[in-house]
Design a protein around this ligand. Sequence first.
Ligand code: ADP
Length: 450
Amino acid sequence: MKTSQLFRHSRLRLAVWYTLVMGVILSVSGLGIYRSLVQSNWKAMEREIESIAGTLHDSLEPMLPPSENPTTVLKGILPELCLVGQTCHSNPSLIERHTIGISDRNTYYIRLFNHQRKLLAFSPNQPDNLSQTLNPEPWQTIKSNGIRYHQFTIILHSSDTHDLGINSSWGYLQLGRNLKPFDAEVKRLQVIFILGFPFVLGLVVISSWWLSGLAMQPIYQSYQQQQQFTANAAHELRSPLASLLATIEAILRIPPSQPQDLNKMLHTLERQGRRLSYLVTDLLLLTSLEGQSSSKGFQSCCLNDLVSDLIEEFSELATVANIDLIEQIPDEEIDVLGDESQLYRLVSNLMANAIQYTPNGGEVVVSLKTKENMALITIKDTRIGISREEQKRIFERFYRVDSDRNRKTGGTGLGLAIAQAIAHHHQGYITIQSQLGKGSLFTIYLPRAK
Ligand code: ADP
């Protein structure tokens, strides 16, 4: 599979998974919201029915007639109700009185039953086909002519049953509510959720595609860098290997009568083998530095000693190159926590570059100082300098400002990459200030040991 295809495939899979997970989360939370909305509406409606039934109950009880056959008295108390067995004249003022301002009076109906659960009186707007005998369940939901009703039943006691302390009921009050507005509200919620879900899911699909693209970007970049690194490494290894093989072929063709030629060629072989070995060592070091994240094995290192050792080591090279190598080390001891050999390599890479890229008669100044809780090692050289454009790239692996010049001087383009990896491994960093034709100043920042 091609790389771009592989990444597109992975992006698609990631987007599908995002969409699936988000879809499930959305459906579950949507259903939860829908259920809690319906339930809270239902509870509010039941509270409203209960409170109206309670008000009616409290106003009715003191007026209830003691008679076994109270229909005539009832007609006097509740003239707006229809009495069972008599013609009914609609005059809905009672319900209106108690429900005004709360709901439409047509929404509610009441029914009165005697203690034998026989219907005595009812509102004219009660649903059709209701039973004449009471079902004593407190809450009931019924359906009539395709409309749902929810009704609440409450026991009534007349004033004398109360006064005499008799525990028997006078009868029952039933208050019912038309569920049409409630069902319409539920339907409205269902429509919102059913239409809203595909729309939101569409947004999720788009954002998933975009997010998966964002997530893949650093992986893709690192993959490309890795590929570039492999290609560069192979290229760097190929040249010394090719010349090594050519030298070996030439040696094989030399007649044994010319041992002095053989000696020269063996020296070339050794040089090329060494170069290969350095390259492989550098590559391994870079890889191991990138794999390490802990500071295990770090110990206190005195930078004063490290810098003066390196000055001593490079002084001969500087003298040969006719370069003035100046050291500025303070008396105060400056320590950092780290791997001494790695720190040695870090500073020596920068010093070697400074000497290498400073022409004859130039000057290289290496100084050590502190700034707040950081230790600073600065390496300043003269003349060549690095342009602004190149400064951005010189820390890349295998990058050389001038490949021909560097090849001649033996540079692989890994020196600064290794230096930066070591600095990062020690929670430090390297900065560069440089001007073309004037010189460069590299500063290594390392956290001081406490
Ligand atoms: P190399 O091993 O080839 O020197 P480096 O990673 O050390 O590779 O450096 C990368 C490039 O940065 C080099 O090709 C060199 O041209 C440039 N460079 C590094 N240090 C200096 C310096 N002090 N002055 C000028 N150029 C420098």
